[in-house]
Design a protein around this ligand. Structure first.
Ligand code: ZN
Length: 435
């Protein structure tokens, strides 16, 4: 038999190959948009629209709730919602609802297995449910975004179990033109504040926001949105793709997991630079640099051991790096003041604040770029500004002396995996932007 295949067979093979490639193209395309994650409900394309509607509705409900301000105890039919306040104990909270002391103690005991009762969080919610006889037969306590603690109460005993809730993973893509600042225009484009501050933090070493951003520059972003169906709540996740286009020049970064954990890398596989933020707020101008100057109030010439940023009252101030809150409160001439310890060498301090973010307290862990307070003019201050200090080995230093952490470059197998991954991420970005 000759090696030449009959025409009919060649035809069949070609048609087979063609239809296979079409199939893979489309199935791949949808798969990219869905990305399989453990504990995540699959979303098909028809459902996507519905989910989007629900998400949008939820956002409006959320803001309405904020305006109305939820009462500490609210009764909806047979549900009682209790919000934990300062100095509350479970015993105090539950006493009005349980006359039977034995049952009450069993409940406290059961909750204590999951939550350290001594550090009950302020604003932690408890949901109490009455049965048809008006007796409380169930308590639900959200432990985190995706887990509830469910306590069933019977006549003379109780039982507790952890319940994993269905979490739906979605993405949102946004693209906007910068007219004033990333913060302002991002807010207008309805990018969540937490996502925006993370985005600004990512660029803070590479880009001088004051000098390099011009009117007409563009911004693109893809980030995760988690939706908890039962609680009807939303959690914003990681930024997966980000691109700040400065005068047609792309500055792209992709979220990728290496052996050392997640980081952001450019298209070539070089990671983003990291250090302590030199500018811990967006759109601010340096009004007084580090160094010798005549003090505006005392008139004496002395060292200015920080950098002053002029900004309108209420401008969000970001944590300069990951760390633990070491001080929060009034501090003499500094006015309202926050200090963060980043590691054994570095600390940062923020002075003259108008206010702190809700519930900020000593010992609290904060991430770089997270909002910690708001610009003000408290203490010895002539007008709204942020006085920012970077402290190295106990002494304030000029931010110019700050050293960058070493960078990393992906290679070999890891680089290959990365290149595959970023194609998927970029397709996702396009898919959600043109949806
Ligand atoms: Zn100052």
């Amino acid at each position: 038999m000759s090696l030449k295949l009959p025409y009919i067979i060649r035809y069949i093979i070609i048609i087979l190959l063609l239809s296979l490639s079409v199939k893979f193209f489309f199935s791949g395309f949808y798969k990219l948009a869905i990305e399989e994650t453990k504990g995540t409900i699959d979303i098909n394309v028809e459902n996507k629209k519905k989910i989007k509607e629900v998400l949008n509705k939820l956002k409006t409900i959320k803001s309405e709730e904020n305006i109305k301000k939820i009462d500490d105890i609210k009764l909806i039919k047979n549900e009682i919602i209790i919000k934990i306040k300062k100095d509350d104990t479970l015993n105090n909270i539950l006493s009005p609802y349980f006359i039977n002391k034995k049952i009450k103690n069993l409940i406290i005991n059961e909750i204590g297995k999951e939550i350290k009762l001594k550090n009950l969080k302020i604003n932690q919610k408890l949901f109490l449910y009455k049965n048809l006889n008006g007796v409380i037969s169930k308590i639900i306590i959200p432990l985190n975004f995706s887990t509830d603690l469910v306590i069933d109460i019977f006549k003379d005993n109780v039982s507790g179990k952890k319940l994993k809730l269905d979490i739906l993973k979605e993405y949102e893509s946004k693209k906007f033109i910068i007219k004033s600042s990333i913060y302002k225009d991002g807010k207008d484009a309805q990018v969540p504040l937490t996502i925006l501050s993370n985005a600004i933090r990512l660029y803070s070493y590479d880009i001088d926001f004051q000098r390099e951003i011009r009117k007409g520059d563009e911004f693109e972003i893809l980030y995760e949105v988690f939706y908890n169906k039962q609680r009807k709540s939303i959690l914003f996740g990681e930024i997966k793709y980000i691109n700040l286009i400065l005068q047609k020049q792309k500055n792209e970064f992709f979220h990728f997991k290496t052996n050392e954990g997640y980081d952001y890398f450019d298209r070539e596989g070089k990671n983003i630079q990291r250090s302590i933020l030199k500018t811990p707020l967006d759109g601010a101008k340096i009004s007084s640099p580090y160094g010798k100057r005549t003090h505006p109030i005392s008139g004496y010439t002395k060292m200015h051991k920080g950098v002053d940023f002029a900004a309108p009252k209420g401008t969000p101030v970001f944590a300069g790096g990951n760390g633990v809150i070491e001080f929060v409160g009034r501090n003499g001439g500094y006015g309202k003041y926050i200090r963060i310890k980043h590691n054994s060498q570095y600390k940062t301090a923020y002075a003259h604040l108008n206010s702190y973010i809700k519930n900020l307290h000593k010992g609290q862990r904060v991430n770089q770029g997270e909002i910690i307070g708001f610009v003000g003019s408290t203490g010895k201050s002539t007008g709204p500004h942020l006085h920012y200090e970077i402290i190295y080995l106990g002494k304030q230093i000029n931010p110019k002396q700050l050293k960058l952490l070493p960078t990393k470059k992906l290679k070999d197998e890891e680089l290959k995996t990365y290149k595959n991954e970023i194609n998927k991420i970029y397709s996702n970005f396009l898919f959600y932007i043109y949806e």
